[in-house]
Write a protein that binds this ligand. Structure first.
Ligand code: GH3
Ligand code: MG
Ligand code: MG
Length: 485
């Protein structure tokens, strides 16, 4: 073939390659690299070709090599190859090495170096010529553009897949399925989205014991997938610290329920700021990344989104809500009070700060019921509950302790402060007329402080209750504080 005919062939091939690469985003990086390197090696008589691709941080995320004339075409990158692939950032064109026997070419896309290409001949071969360089440069421009398109396409598809799966979860959450079914869907979808071999949802009971609520395993495994993670120390750590964990092999994210605002003590500045009151319900656990070496930080974030869905599903579950809210007054239930008080006492103990509890009881409530009927009595309870909530700070907790008795937990509040709050409540109730029958109502209240009066949640409630009894003894419609000690 004449030289002109050969050149013509080369450029036709280059054109074909360019259009194939540019328009076919379905071709993955390996196929693009193979196509480009094979063609370049053929037209420049190179023995080896190599290509690396960088991620946004300049780290190598992909590499591919070919050995011409070998049965197994792919060639691993040796240290020498890697050294030759390193080209100065500012160089746009091909760089020669080894006395003209190697050509290195950066792959540039919008000024950014997205990778590099290396062609090599053996010692004894002719050095690369200017024509070879021109061909490599032209091909590199096409290749960089195609790889970039492919990368964007992959990122887009991954994103789309995640959005679709999240939509599935959201749909499941909004359909009237039972909780167990929703949790199964969430765990399964999280495992699928992040391509993990197995996943589990581990929930804590009120005593803090962890148990698997739902588990999912992609491959059949005779070993029980579920029970192991619940016993793991790292799972316990994530649960107690409410902090995600990832070691590449596993991701564990806390399932946190946001209950309401509360004040948070900041140790460093010894001051408070308002923050969401969060309770850790359990953890979401994935292990065994598939189709890639490790889980990434982005995966941790994605699993965090699933954890939030679990938290929402659990929080919206009517059974749980029934247990935590008093259906008449919409204040927290006694069970919720006990859970919250445990947490608050523990928090106050850890940070050496006070905490107070108020117990309030409607005076002569029996008479209201007897005189106006139970329904009117219920209206009174609702309205008294509303006054409680309106009088305290938003991070204080109001609950219906039972019957016509209420409790308020006041974090970081001394006895003197709690006494003022109790008196505010008492005066507002005293000043109002309740229910559609406009009945006057009064309250008796008892106040106790941690750690002055008691150092346990039960002790604190007992001391506040005794103080309340004293208020009743003293003639009702008044506040009493627990006796010192
Ligand atoms: P004291 O001033 O000593 O507290 O007198 P009291 O009448 O308020 O106390 P007592 O404990 O004798 O009566 C409480 C009453 O509250 C009795 C009970 O029927 C009524 N009660 C408890 N729960 C409810 C409720 O959900 N709705 C209504 N309407 N009444 C309730
Ligand atoms: Mg009572
Ligand atoms: Mg009463």
């Amino acid at each position: 073939m004449s030289k002109a005919a050969l050149d013509h062939e080369k450029y036709r091939a280059l054109y074909r390659l360019g259009s194939t690469m540019t328009f076919n985003t379905l071709m993955d990086a390996d196929r693009l690299a193979d196509l480009a390197l094979s063609m370049l090696a053929e037209f420049t008589d190179a023995r080896r070709g190599h290509l690396v691709l960088y991620d946004d941080e300049g780290q190598i995320r992909h590499q591919f090599g070919i050995e011409v004339g070998q049965e197994v075409k792919s060639a691993p990158a040796t240290d020498q190859v890697m050294a030759r692939l390193r080209v100065p950032d500012e160089r746009g064109g091909a760089v020669e090495g080894r006395g003209g026997l190697s050509l290195t070419m950066p792959l540039l896309c919008d000024e950014a170096k997205v990778g590099a290409l290396l062609l090599e001949r053996e010692g004894g071969d002719h050095a690369f010529q200017a024509g070879d360089r021109a061909l490599v440069e032209a091909c590199a421009a096409h290749l960089a553009q195609s790889l970039r398109s492919r990368q964007l396409y992959e990122a887009h598809m991954a994103q789309r897949r995640r959005v679709e799966l999240l939509e599935r979860v959201t749909r499941a959450l909004n359909s009237p399925n039972d909780l167990e079914e929703v949790l199964n869907i969430v765990v399964r979808t999280a495992s699928e989205t992040l391509s993990s071999a197995s996943g589990a949802l581990i929930l804590g009971d009120t005593a803090g014991r962890l148990g698997v609520a739902s588990s999912f395993r992609l491959r059949d495994d005779p070993a029980d997938a579920g029970t192991r993670p619940a016993e793991s120390r790292i799972v316990r750590w994530v649960f107690t610290e409410a902090t995600p964990f990832c070691d590449g092999e596993r991701i564990i994210t806390p399932v946190k329920q946001v209950l309401r605002d509360k004040r948070v003590f900041e140790e460093r500045r010894r001051s408070f700021h308002s923050s969401a009151f969060v309770r850790t319900l359990g953890v979401l656990y994935l292990e065994g990344p598939l189709q890639r070496p490790q889980f990434t930080d982005e995966d941790v974030m994605t699993l965090g989104v699933f954890s939030d869905h679990v938290a929402a599903a659990v929080a919206n579950n009517s059974l749980l809500q029934q247990a935590s809210t008093d259906s008449l007054t919409q204040l927290d239930s006694r069970r919720e009070l006990e859970a919250r008080l445990d947490e608050e006492v523990e928090f106050a103990r850890r940070h050496g700060i006070p905490l107070s509890v108020i117990m309030a009881d409607i005076d002569q409530f029996k008479k209201i019921n007897d005189g106006h009927g139970h329904q009117i009595g219920d209206e009174v309870l609702i309205e008294v509950g509303r006054i409680l909530r309106e009088t305290v700070r938003k991070y204080d907790q109001c609950s219906r302790y039972g019957g016509e008795e209420f409790t308020v937990v006041l974090p970081e509040t001394r006895l003197s402060g709690a006494q003022i709050v109790a008196e505010n409540i008492r005066r507002r109730v005293e000043g109002g007329l309740f229910s559609r029958e406009r009945i006057p109502v009064t309250l008796s209240l008892g106040v106790a402080e941690f750690p002055m009066h008691a150092t346990t949640p039960e002790g604190l409630l007992r001391r506040a209750d005794s103080a309340l009894y004293e208020a009743k003894e003293a003639g009702r419609n008044c506040t009493r504080t627990a006796a010192p000690g």
